[in-house]
Design a binder for this molecule. Structure first.
Ligand SMILES: [Cu+2]
Length: 165
C-alpha cells in the first residue's frame, strides 16, 4: 500500500515538472525578433556634384540624401579635405543662411539642390576644376557617417532630377 502511494506521487510530480519545462521553453520562443525597433538609420547618397567654383573662396555641394529607415535623423555636420569650414545652408526668400542641422525624415530624403538647401564649403585650400573629384563626409545625429565623392561639373550644370528642365 505504501509503495503504491509513493509511486503515484512520483508520477504526479514528474508530470508537473514536464509541464513546467514545456511552458518555460515555449515562452522563450517569442523574444527572438525584436531587433528592428531601435535600429540605426542608414543613409544612401546619390547624384552628388559640385559646380566648378569661380575662385577658391567658396563652393556649393549638392546631392540627395536618402533615409531608408523608420527612424528620422538629422544632418549635423560636413567635413572635407578641401576646406576646414563646411556649412549647411538653407535658402529663404532667395537668401541663404547657415543652420546647425537639417532633417532627414524617416523613409524620406533630404534634397540639397540649386536654389534650395545646400552644403557650402568656405575658404577652399585649392580651386577645383571640372573633372576633379571632391570627397566630403556627412555626419548625422544617429546614422553612421557617410563618405561621398562629388564630381566637379561645369558651372551651369544642374542634376537631371531637378525641376529646372
Ligand atoms: Cu550657401
Amino acid at each position: 500500500m505504501n509503495a503504491r502511494t509513493t509511486r503515484t506521487l512520483a508520477a504526479a510530480l514528474s508530470l508537473t515538472a514536464a509541464l513546467a519545462i514545456s511552458g518555460c521553453s515555449s515562452s522563450d520562443d517569442g523574444s527572438s525578433d525584436s531587433a528592428g525597433e531601435s535600429a540605426k538609420p542608414k543613409m544612401s547618397v546619390s547624384g552628388g556634384y559640385m559646380p566648378e567654383p569661380v575662385n577658391d573662396k567658396m563652393a556649393g555641394a549638392f546631392m540627395v540624401i536618402k533615409n531608408d529607415s523608420k527612424t528620422a535623423d538629422k544632418l549635423t555636420a560636413v567635413t572635407s579635405p578641401l576646406s576646414d569650414d563646411l556649412q549647411i545652408h538653407e535658402t529663404k526668400d532667395q537668401k541663404m543662411q547657415q543652420v546647425q542641422a537639417m532633417d532627414v525624415p524617416a523613409n524620406g530624403e533630404l534634397k540639397l539642390e540649386r536654389g534650395g538647401s545646400h552644403i557650402m564649403l568656405m575658404g577652399l585650400k585649392s580651386k577645383p576644376n571640372v573633372g576633379d573629384k571632391i570627397t566630403v563626409e556627412l555626419r548625422f545625429e544617429k546614422a553612421d557617417p557617410v563618405k561621398v565623392e562629388l564630381d566637379v561639373k561645369e558651372r551651369t550644370y544642374t542634376a537631371q532630377n531637378s525641376n529646372a528642365h
